[in-house]
Design a protein around this ligand. Structure first.
Ligand code: ZN
Length: 434
């Protein structure tokens, strides 16, 4: 396989030393980074494929640690309701009627198009019919954990009966997609019975399967379990052994001090979803305290029904500012926020040994952010620009495992025009029924 060279841009490697390379040249062979250096005199070898990254910041691909991509067609269909009411009166009925494989497949394809165009290369998903979501992820060429939802609430009981019985079959399907990792996604402490929780913990431990779950999203969830069991959901999960498994806990906005200690002790991956939390009027995740205690943080968008987009750079901007608001200016820097988007985020979702930084031997998931724009001038500090000025619309090239998914702002693996036409048709059908 011939080499791919990304050459000319300023590279933020996100390695442990935080090395930054001007006039960078990254050579990719067989999906991996073969060499990375600074070379102002670089000339593209004959026959090699080159991507000119001059006037770009070249970075590891971004991680989105909490999505429900199968919900992408519900974008903007119901806003401005409290979480439980929003779920019970709007989302669950819609899912009961429409949550079928063809919708999930297409909604995920649409989400992949949006994510590629805004620089996300790896995401952590939770929804029903994830075998169909995984097919879309594979076609798009993205990297993901596809978490099969498990709930005993809502309107999808049929799809969801005996999820563990069907999970071995799911593992077989997923094994056809090299960039997809299977996960189990029990909705929440309240979405699954105690008995099911016990089964899930045992099953995931015996097969080393990642668990993706909503934790401490609202104060009422915390209060309810304090009243019912005398402990918080985080402590309940410690009691049943969940944290000894590989877990991504989404939200953790209302965790107690004890909860923060527990999540740190087990180095739990945590998805911080500031825009969804703001929109649904919950709280601000204590990111600074969680990191201090040892937890691994990443940004997440949540589903677009509660965000309403998948632009992870926008999410990082909002999230960084909210930490300044919560802890004071300087408590959480732009560089730290960019770590959550890349190296730390990759560890949070279980891909840290493979991607998350641009280093020899790692798989080549690379993003080039265009800085030849008025809102990028002048450019003193790359991290400041990426977190406080840039947006997903500035992403010019995207590579995943050495394959170009976006080139000069154009999707390479998906047909954008066709996807937009189909999305309009789906939208008309859903609008009539909601
Ligand atoms: Zn969620």
């Amino acid at each position: 396989m011939k080499s791919l060279f990304l050459h000319g841009g300023t590279c933020l490697t996100m390695n442990a030393q935080g090395d930054l390379l001007e006039n960078s040249v990254i050579e990719v062979r067989d999906g991996k980074i073969f060499s990375i250096k600074s070379d102002p005199d670089f000339i593209l070898p004959q026959g090699a494929e080159g991507i000119d990254t001059r006037d770009c910041l070249v970075t590891p691909g971004f991680v989105n640690a909490h999505t429900h991509t199968g919900m992408t067609l519900f974008r903007g269909i119901a806003d401005e309701l409290p979480l439980r009411q929003w779920l019970e009166t709007k989302i669950f009925p819609l899912e009961a009627k429409w949550g079928k494989p063809d919708l999930v497949y297409f909604a995920t394809l649409l989400a992949c198009a949006e994510m590629i165009k805004s620089g996300t290369t790896c995401f952590n998903d939770m929804y029903y019919c994830e075998e169909d979501a995984a097919r879309a992820v594979h076609e798009a060429g993205l990297r993901a954990n596809c978490g099969q939802a498990v709930t005993e609430i809502g309107g999808l009981d049929e799809l969801n009966k005996n999820p563990l019985d069907k999970f071995d079959e799911y593992l077989k399907v997923i094994s056809n997609y090299p960039l997809v990792r299977p996960a189990l996604a029990p909705h929440s402490i309240y979405g699954v019975s105690d008995k099911m929780w016990q089964k899930l913990v045992e099953y995931s431990r015996s097969r080393n399967i990642l668990i993706h779950v909503h934790v401490a999203e609202t104060q009422s969830e915390e209060d309810h379990y304090q009243k019912k069991l005398g402990i918080s959901p985080t402590e309940y999960f410690e009691r049943i052994g969940l944290w000894e498994n590989e877990v991504v806990a989404a939200h953790c906005t209302c965790v107690t001090e004890k909860g923060i200690e527990i999540l740190g002790k087990y180095k739990v991956g945590i998805a911080y979803n500031p825009e969804s939390n703001l929109k649904l009027g919950t709280k601000i995740c204590p990111v600074v305290d969680l990191r201090k205690m040892g937890a691994r943080l990443a940004f997440g968008t949540d589903g677009v029904a509660s965000n309403n987009n998948l632009d992870i750079l926008q999410e990082a901007s909002t999230g960084a500012k909210l930490q300044s608001y919560r802890y004071g200016v300087g408590a959480f820097t732009a560089e730290e926020a960019f770590r959550l988007l890349t190296s730390e985020g990759a560890h949070a979702v279980g891909w840290g040994k493979v991607v998350g930084s641009l280093e020899v031997g790692k798989e080549a998931d690379v993003v080039a952010v265009d800085v030849k724009k008025p809102h990028a001038a002048p450019l003193y500090q790359p991290y400041s620009h990426l977190i406080y000025s840039a947006s997903g619309a500035d992403v010019k090239h995207v590579v995943v495992r050495g394959r170009l998914l976006l080139k000069d702002y154009r999707l390479q693996t998906l047909d954008e025009e066709q996807i937009l036409r189909d999305a309009r048709l789906w939208g008309e059908k859903l609008a009539k029924s909601s």
